[in-house]
Design a protein around this ligand. Structure first.
Ligand code: ADP
Length: 416
């Protein structure tokens, strides 16, 4: 089955075309035929496309909205420039898989999109005002463009965390806030945590109920997940993606009373405070110059910039705290997995996170850590380390394609 995977954000549409079916999944040899990105900026919209094995190309195409973006993608996919194997017309795209950030408590699995699902995703706009509206616009546009003969499937970031116990998802607020307003931990990045847990299981060739790990997704957004017997039992992002680890521009954990204090001191509105915590804080806010971990590491090395160092140190310390906390909560685990742009590519950050974790029986193999290549997965702890650490590159699009295939062919998607 050829699946178009769409990730519609507030100012971009990312896509991949992936060929998958039971036999390909079994052999782990699903094929990514092409990928691309539309950075929406009206008349200045930039489109990047890449057919696998060919150089990428970039062009400026004025694109007004999601419908135009999806039409553009579909036209490129069947074009002679792309010349994707087995794709000659739109009817060769058999299904579309959509990343949807918030599925509330309703969606515990990926699901075929119909009017009821659309209405529910719309209802959750309240919970995810930045993310669900573009996701929904993308779904509606795609359904409109391809018509009823092509099934559309929603894959939710929150779904993997549906297995968390109440002790993980209920906040210390009066319980009625959960009952009345559904205020609870939902967790995000679920597709990424689920994917790396699946790869770990494959790598070790063990059954799902033997997967006891802590996964660390470290990108611009960062989250940790405690996975016990193969399912999520806790995660660091909460009611929104603001909670938990220090991130590129988000505070992560912080005393909520600070907000009222700043509001009075600086005469700031709730909206201003939300912007402050989500867009101006984290690595950017502490360092005062960037949210980009590469630049921070470079600045720290070249100029010994104190605030760059502080931002990185806080980032790593908070990771240690979550690893230790989850180990205690889970009654121990077998491995810590690093993924996401920082987790996959920065041996320096992995080293700084692992330093001091000898007390938890995690013994880093510094040579393995330094030599793991971009896109490679592998072990980075010593043979005698009881708590192992691995680098496993994430691939959310692949899981979205597989879920789409499984849902369309009537199987349960949560099987990985
Ligand atoms: P997103 O969450 O937007 O998908 P990514 O997973 O691509 O983002 O991660 C982006 C982060 O990864 C940025 O902070 C970037 O600086 C960092 N990063 C990418 N490559 C490296 C590297 N070689 N060393 C350190 N950080 C890196």
């Amino acid at each position: 089955m050829n699946v178009l995977v769409l990730n519609c954000g507030s100012s971009s549409v990312k896509f991949q075309v992936i060929q998958t079916d039971d036999a390909l999944i079994e052999k782990d040899s699903d094929l990514c035929l092409a990928k691309g990105l539309i950075e929406m900026a009206g008349p200045k919209t930039m489109v990047t496309y890449q057919a696998t094995g060919k150089p990428s190309s970039k062009e400026n195409v004025p694109i007004a909205d999601y419908r135009a973006a999806i039409e553009h993608i579909l036209d490129w996919i069947i074009s002679p420039q792309a010349s994707l194997e087995g794709i000659k017309s739109h009817s060769d795209i058999h299904a579309i898989g959509h990343r949807v950030v918030h599925g509330g408590e309703k969606f515990q699995d990926s699901t075929l999109i119909d009017d009821k699902v659309l209405a529910a995703v719309e209802e959750f706009i309240d919970l995810a005002p930045l993310h669900n509206p573009p996701n929904l616009k993308g779904i509606r546009a795609a359904m409109d463009v391809v018509g009823p003969s092509v099934p559309n499937v929603a894959v939710f970031d929150t779904a993997f965390h549906a297995t968390m116990p109440e002790t993980s998802y209920i906040y210390g607020l009066p319980y009625e806030y959960y009952l009345r307003h559904k205020i609870r931990r939902y967790g995000f990045h679920g597709t990424s945590h689920r994917y790396v847990a699946y790869r770990y299981q494959k790598m070790l060739d063990i059954p799902t109920d033997k997967v006891n790990i802590i996964t660390l997704h470290l990108g611009n957004g960062c989250s940790a997940c405690a996975i016990k017997r193969g399912v999520s039992v806790n995660t660091s992002m909460g009611f929104t993606p603001l909670e938990g680890l220090l991130m590129g521009t988000r505070t992560g954990d912080m005393d909520a009373s600070i907000l009222e204090y700043i509001a009075h001191k600086d005469n700031m509105s709730l909206h201003d405070l939300d912007t402050l915590c989500n867009k101006k804080s984290g690595l950017l806010g502490i360092s005062g110059f960037t949210n980009d971990m590469r630049e921070l590491l470079k600045r720290e090395a070249e100029t010994h910039d104190k605030r760059a160092r502080l931002a990185i140190d806080i980032f790593c310390t908070r990771l240690k705290r979550y690893i230790g906390g989850y180990l205690a909560e889970m009654g121990g685990a077998d491995a810590v997995i690093f993924t996401g742009g920082i987790g996959e590519r920065s041996s320096a950050i992995r080293r700084r996170v692992c330093q001091g974790l000898e007390c938890l029986d995690l013994l880093l193999d510094t040579s393995a850590n330094d030599h793991i290549g971009a896109g490679e997965e592998g072990l980075i702890t010593r043979e005698d380390s009881k708590l192992k650490a691995y680098v496993i590159p994430t691939n959310e699009e692949l899981l979205i394609a597989r879920d789409t295939y499984r849902v369309v062919s009537g199987q349960s998607a949560q099987v990985r």
